[in-house]
Ligand binder design. Structure first.
Ligand code: DC
Length: 226
């Protein structure tokens, strides 16, 4: 049971979900949960432990046996004591996360974790399946989108600014979008009751303001505790 308002923000890669969600959470005085970070850290940890990504049972055993610690205060993520926060932003981590997130056992395991964190309430939680599967009863659901070209540019900039390798961003993104949208388990899909925000022509500030406006219109007076 939710103990307070939950704002669900979904959308494809490179759309700017993390930056927007973080800014919205900050502005509302809510905490922020990045579920993509969990898939990314899980994928890196599983690879480092030589887990076979094709073997669902093996993935299930591995996921059940590890300790995942996601701090809603700092956003840092550790698995069995190893801090993955600084290594999850690479293209390799994104690719591995996209692949491993197609597995039902992994989704079941990480979803349970995400619900426990989100149920605390007063949270902005972002991902691919938040409004559809994780919190179908979220108080506000936003779906951020943008054209493929715009998203590829944003992803390229994000990687370069982070000092990471950024080759073939457009085709990698296309492949990942396809995998995330066409998988059987919890595919990327806008919830029927989500508000679509096309960010293609908007600046970051404009997107944040637009999302905050939608949130403030939908949350009941007093929900933000301000
Ligand atoms: O948001 P991101 O790029 O950090 O996510 C990396 C991958 O993790 C994405 O390609 C699909 C997967 N993911 C998911 O399946 N469900 C989520 N709620 C979040 C991410």
């Amino acid at each position: 049971m939710k103990k307070g308002p939950v704002i669900a923000i979904d959308g494809p890669g490179g759309v700017g979900k993390s930056t927007v969600s973080q800014r919205v959470a900050e502005s509302l005085g809510f905490r922020y949960i990045n579920t993509g970070a969990m898939y990314r850290a899980f994928a890196l940890a599983a690879k480092a432990s030589w887990v076979d990504f094709k073997d669902d049972l093996n993935l299930q055993d591995y996921c059940r046996g590890i300790e995942i610690d996601y701090s809603m205060e700092t956003g840092r993520i550790t698995i069995d004591g190893t801090d993955y926060t600084d290594s999850i932003r690479t293209d390799r981590a994104g690719e591995l996360a996209s692949k491993v997130s197609t597995k039902p056992s992994v989704r079941a395991c990480l979803s349970a974790h995400q619900r426990v964190l989100g149920e605390e309430g007063r949270v902005v939680i972002e991902g691919r399946d938040i409004g559809t599967i994780i919190f179908p009863d979220a108080d506000v659901k936003i779906f951020l989108d943008a054209t493929h070209e715009v998203r590829a540019k944003r992803r390229h900039l994000e990687l370069v600014n982070g000092g990471h390798e950024a080759s073939a961003v457009s085709s990698t993104l296309e492949e990942r979008d396809k995998r995330d949208s066409e998988r059987k388990e919890a595919p990327l899909k806008m919830a029927d009751d989500a508000v679509l925000v096309d960010t293609s022509e908007l600046t970051l500030d404009e997107v944040v303001q637009k999302v905050l406006k939608i949130v403030n219109e939908r949350l009941k007076v007093g929900d933000t505790g301000r």
